[in-house]
Every structure is written in structure tokens, then in C-alpha cells.
Design a protein around this ligand. Structure first.
Ligand SMILES: NC(=O)C1=CN([C@@H]2O[C@H](COP(=O)(O)OP(=O)(O)OC[C@H]3O[C@@H](n4cnc5c(N)ncnc54)[C@H](O)[C@@H]3O)[C@@H](O)[C@H]2O)C=CC1
Ligand SMILES: O=C(O)[C@@H]1CCC=N1
Length: 275
């Protein structure tokens, strides 16, 4: 694991997940920094992970090899404009995890020809099972590309996108995706409770089933559709359930959900890029 200094601007949910993943992967906590205005969040990061915490963004960024912009999309322009001069002087790599906001806008706010990697991670990064897509602008050199990849790989798997426009679809799929699975778990548990199971049993069986299915789909050489058919005995219980899910147009529902998320990411890019 690299010992490069990485400064997070914003120490909220996603920064915490990435910091947790980096520390668990062996990145020295002393080489990790977070600038977070909320004292409670900042102190929690310091005490939970032993990293350095700062109230002031510019102090956190001083001398950092990479600066991860982990504020809400609407805060990004202000933060980038504030830190651009310093980042250009010390030639740090900038990694933005903000949904929707496009790399040419980020580079412009930073003041010009700055290496920017856009990343779309997800919260399972906290337990090193994250999935991240990366896109590098033309100013990112091979060493900085490696630094971005190593940093995000500490939190799980990484793919590079050849085309930044694909980032909206990735945001809809894997960025927001954990929430879709959590909602499914909530719905399955609640349904099982209504069928008469106590909540602990319903919860445990729901979560273990989700884990088993995900691991099987990842580790098996067969497609999920084939794995599904193996569970589904003709005229049996699974067929009865799947008929309900298909009757409710589950596939169409997912398509509409992902289109809504990708559309929102695109809208954010348009709205915030015009600042
Ligand atoms: N939560 C998620 O699952 C994912 C979030 N993202 C992106 O990550 C970014 C952060 O999202 P979350 O962590 O969920 O939000 P959050 O609200 O939990 O974290 C943002 C943090 O930034 C801090 N902050 C606000 N203004 C600041 C400033 N000027 N300087 C320094 N820090 C400042 C806030 O106090 C807050 O703790 C967003 O841009 C989001 O699109 C990307 C992938 C997944
Ligand atoms: O909901 C959001 O906007 C962020 C981006 C992907 C996951 N959370």
C-alpha cells in the first residue's frame, strides 16, 4: 500500500467509508487527513481511525499527494475555487467523488490545467467491498493514475471508464445501488414478519440469503439467470413468488429507477456546471 499523503475535504459518510477501507488495508493513518467543519464528525474520524483531522481545508491540503473532494455536489465549486491555487502550486492529484459534477468544470474551478480523476465509489468501501468507477482527465499522468487506482482499490474493486458520460449510469448502478439492495432487504424482512417470523429471525435469514446469493453470483461461472432457474422448481414456491415480482414489472421498475438516478446525475452536472 502506498504511503502517499491523502487529504479528504469533507469527512461525511462517503469519506468515512473510504478512510475505513484505507486504514483496514494498511494505509498509515498518519498519512491520511480529513478537513471537516463539523467537530463531532471530525473528532470521530480522529478517534476511530487515528487519522489527522482539520477544521481548515487549506491546512489539510498542505503537501498532500492527492486531495479527495468529498463534499456534497453543491459545495464543490466553492471548495475547488478556494483550494485551486494551492493545489496547482503543489501539483496534487484531485479526486472528486461528487455525483454528477463533470471533470472539465472541476478543472476550471481549480484554475485550469489540473489533473482530475472523477470517482464514483459506494459505501461498502467501509468494509473493503466497495465498487468504484474512475475516469481520468487528460492532465492525469501514469503515476497519478496509479495513485488514484491504488487509493480506491484499498476500498474494493475498481474499473476505469473510457468515457466520462458513462459516469451517470455508474452513479445510478453502483453509487446508489447499495440503497436499492438495502430497501429490498427491508421489504423482505417486513414481509417475512407479516408471515409470522419474529424480527431477529426474519432479519438474519434475509441478510444471510442476500450475502449467499451475492457471493454465489460472483463466484459461480454461470449467469444469475441460470442460478435463479436452479432455485425455481416448476410449479413450486419460487415460481409462485417470481410470478408476483414479474407481474409487478420488476425489470421495468429497475429500469425506471436507474434512469431516474442517471437523469438526476446529468441534471446535477448541468445545474452545477453552470455556476
Ligand atoms: N453517500 C454515498 O453513498 C455516496 C456519496 N457520493 C458523493 O460523495 C459526496 C459526499 O457525500 P456524503 O458523504 O454522503 O455526504 P455527507 O453530507 O455525509 O458529507 C459531506 C461532508 O462535507 C462537510 N462539508 C460541508 N461543507 C464543507 C466545506 N466547505 N469544506 C469541508 N467540508 C465540508 C460536511 O460537514 C459533511 O460532513 C457527495 O458529493 C456525493 O455525491 C459518491 C458515492 C456514494
Ligand atoms: O445519492 C446521492 O446523490 C449519492 C451519489 C451516489 C450515492 N449517493
Amino acid at each position: 500500500m502506498s504511503e502517499k499523503t491523502i487529504a479528504f475535504i469533507g469527512g461525511g459518510n462517503m469519506a468515512r467509508s473510504l478512510i475505513g477501507g484505507l486504514v483496514a488495508d494498511g494505509h498509515p493513518p498518519a498519512a491520511l487527513r480529513a478537513a471537516e467543519p463539523d467537530a463531532e464528525r471530525r473528532e470521530a474520524l480522529i478517534s476511530d481511525y487515528g487519522i489527522q483531522g482539520f477544521e481548515d481545508n487549506a491546512t489539510a491540503v498542505r503537501g498532500a499527494d492527492a486531495v479527495i473532494l468529498a463534499v456534497k455536489p453543491g459545495e464543490l465549486a466553492g471548495v475547488a475555487r478556494q483550494l485551486g491555487g494551492q493545489i496547482r502550486d503543489q501539483q496534487s492529484l484531485v479526486i472528486s467523488i461528487a455525483a454528477g459534477v463533470r471533470s472539465p468544470n472541476i478543472a476550471e474551478w481549480l484554475g485550469g490545467d489540473v489533473p482530475v480523476v472523477r470517482a464514483m465509489p459506494n459505501t461498502p468501501a467501509l468494509i473493503q467491498t466497495g465498487a468504484t468507477a474512475l475516469f481520468a482527465n487528460p492532465s492525469v499522468g501514469p503515476e497519478q493514475r496509479d495513485l488514484a487506482e491504488t487509493t480506491l482499490r484499498a476500498a474494493g474493486m475498481v474499473v476505469w471508464l473510457p468515457d466520462e458520460t458513462q459516469m451517470d449510469a455508474v452513479t445510478a448502478l453502483s453509487g446508489s445501488g447499495p440503497a436499492y439492495f438495502f430497501l429490498t432487504m427491508e421489504a423482505m424482512q417486513a414481509a417475512a414478519e407479516r408471515l409470522g417470523l419474529d424480527s431477529d429471525t426474519a432479519r438474519l435469514l434475509t441478510l444471510e440469503t442476500a450475502l449467499g446469493a451475492a457471493r454465489m453470483a460472483l463466484e459461480a461461472s454461470e449467469e444469475p439467470a441460470l442460478l435463479r432457474r436452479r432455485v425455481t422448481s416448476p410449479g413450486g414456491t419460487t415460481a409462485a413468488a417470481l410470478a408476483e415480482l414479474e407481474g409487478g414489472d420488476l425489470a421495468g421498475l429497475y429500469e425506471r429507477a436507474l434512469r431516474a438516478a442517471a437523469g438526476r446525475a446529468h441534471e446535477l452536472g448541468d445545474e452545477l456546471g453552470a455556476q
